[in-house]
Write a protein that binds this ligand. Structure first.
Ligand SMILES: [Zn+2]
Length: 154
């Protein structure tokens, strides 16, 4: 997924509909957080390793993180923001799995998995993704978020 993580986080944050402070912000942050690794991918790693192989794109890491962090914050005011953040991270990984590759089997397997493949029909990889049918899913997420935003009036 290229463009729709933030609106997906918006939808999640709205649908959680929790009154606690920071829940909505945590959903937005979690929805985009794994892709912060792209700066490392470009400026430090210079594209040598697919950024979906970094720890922030590995579901097992977040499962362990959640198993450790959630009990620590469960009886505090951070419970719902932490849950929203983790839910948004897993939503990110699920959406990336549509046509991107995620290591759902790690640490047992390093195989990258996706629901569908995008064939390299253009010289520049981005055009192949934008002109693939799966980009309609991104547009649908944007439209759903915009509709929700208009209804919410926020
Ligand atoms: Zn991602």
């Amino acid at each position: 997924m290229i463009t729709a993580h933030l609106p997906a986080g918006y939808i999640l944050g709205q649908r959680l509909d929790r009154p606690e402070r920071w829940v909505f912000a945590a959903a937005l942050l979690g929805a985009v957080f794994p892709d912060f690794d792209f700066t490392f991918y470009v400026f430090v790693d210079h594209g040598r390793i697919h950024h979906h192989r970094y720890w922030v794109h590995i579901p097992f890491f977040w499962a362990i993180f959640g198993a450790v962090a959630l009990p620590l914050v469960w009886r505090t005011g951070a419970r719902w923001p932490a849950l929203a953040f983790l839910a948004a991270v897993f939503l990110h990984l699920l959406l990336d799995t549509l046509v991107g590759d995620i290591m759902w089997g790690a640490p047992v397997s390093t195989r990258l998995m996706s629901f569908f493949d995008v064939p390299p029909t253009y010289d520049f990889w981005l055009w192949s993704f934008i002109f693939h049918w799966s980009f309609m899913v991104e547009i649908a997420i944007w439209l759903a978020a915009l509709l929700l935003w208009r209804r919410a009036g926020t």
